[in-house]
Design a binder for this molecule. Sequence first.
Ligand SMILES: Cc1cc2nc3c(=O)[nH]c(=O)nc-3n(C[C@H](O)[C@H](O)[C@H](O)COP(=O)(O)OP(=O)(O)OC[C@H]3O[C@@H](n4cnc5c(N)ncnc54)[C@H](O)[C@@H]3O)c2cc1C
Length: 466
Amino acid sequence: MSNNLYIFSNDLRLSDNKALFEASKHSDSLEVAFLYNPKKWDSHNESPLKIRFQLANLEILKKDLKGLNINLKIIYAEGIEEEPLKILEEAELIEASGVYINKEYGINERRRDADLKNILETKNINLNIFDSSIINPDLIKTGSDNFFKVFTPYSRSFRSLLAKNFLELSPAPLKQKILLKESDELPEFILENKLHESALDLYKPGEIAAQEILEDFIETKVKDYKKLRDFPKLDSTSGLSPYFASGVISAKTCVNLLLNYSEDIPGTGEYSWFNEVIWREFYKYIIYHYPRVSMKKSFNEKYEDVRWRDDETSFIAWCNGKTGIPLIDAAMTQLNETGWMHNRLRMVTAMFLSKNLLIDWKKGEEYFMKNLIDGDHSSNVGGWQWSASTGVDAAPYFRIFNPITQSEKFDKEGDFIKKFIPLLSELSSKEIHNPEPEIRKKVNYPEMIVDLSSSRKRAIETFSNI
Ligand SMILES: Cc1cc2nc3c(=O)[nH]c(=O)nc-3n(C[C@H](O)[C@H](O)[C@H](O)COP(=O)(O)OP(=O)(O)OC[C@H]3O[C@@H](n4cnc5c(N)ncnc54)[C@H](O)[C@@H]3O)c2cc1C
């Protein structure tokens, strides 16, 4: 008889889950475990909202696993360093011959997996790790056998490698002969931020919900994605990021369905959406091959020397949506109230913090991570370093978005702003992007915390002097 142990990470799904399928194939009895590790979540700045979303997904998985004669075990650990030992203890307890996981690319997870392999080997237990990206990052190389640093050639190579076999989905896990034991109760996880209690209602948990969102997006929205994706008041992007970030749906599943519906032709909405999914893969590839990026370091080493301003008052105003720039404040309120922010606004708010306020991008990156339901270390660091011009294939430092111009262009009528800042709801589309001082006073809306023109100049000088 063969028992095995599978460990969930950011892959909370049964479908297209390679490690889980392989574990089920080689077992008579399989236990599936989730690492409950608040100390690790804290040190990785994981948002409590994301953890609650994961627990809601686990509740559904627990039921589905029961139908397959598989139990769900909660393994409690204190920090990532303790995880190998805790996994070993559980593997020994159930007399497992193997432990199965999908690969995570962050540096801490890679170190943990190396420790896990060593500790399991001492007890003759195999560690089986499966690649979790669409194409194994070791296979995507430049003509000179190096790893890419620029997105466009990477994406070209990615697309040309994308033969059918990379898109083959893993079968569902197999039903086990014997149920080892009953599943554990899921622990209660309290949300201190009461706003997030209601935000949770916005994201229906479960693989079925994710699949429905995907199908609806591909049937009705993807065609216009290129044209409409930048307007935050519209529901024109997929909204799948919470599901991607916790692995409730696999990127491969999404690409598969997309390519079944349409051909990958440049200039189309489909092509443009696929490109974004490739950006996600690209950022994972980058932290894997250039791990300094995942250690709070600038990808571009010379920008380690940027002298960021220490300005806690402005930072707090930015966090709380009180900068006096309506689009920025509406965007930060969207993040604080819903745990999600539109992509265009992530770029605008990140650039404003790192350029106009000249505050270290790492502070903003941390704040996003702590509040996003879709917090994803590689995409978040990638997006922040892109905006701060310190990253791989980043925005040039002199190309600084003017948040007022962005507001006039992408929220012309001010509908998005009005939704998140009701006290500006009576303003006309002309007034709303940068209200006159008397209007600000009248509606009790703050003055801008920084002069956009001189702060832009300051940022360009700071960067160009390096
Ligand atoms: C400063 C900053 C921080 C960011 N932090 C995160 C983060 O923590 N987690 C996260 O998932 N995305 C992050 N992004 C990328 C992007 O903003 C979100 O993925 C997107 O807004 C999610 O909405 P959607 O699912 O409707 O995306 P869609 O437009 O429907 O795109 C589909 C999927 O492609 C991926 N994707 C889209 N845009 C990007 C991108 N620019 N970079 C990488 N992947 C992308 C996401 O997985 C997304 O769900 C960040 C971007 C910036 C500029």
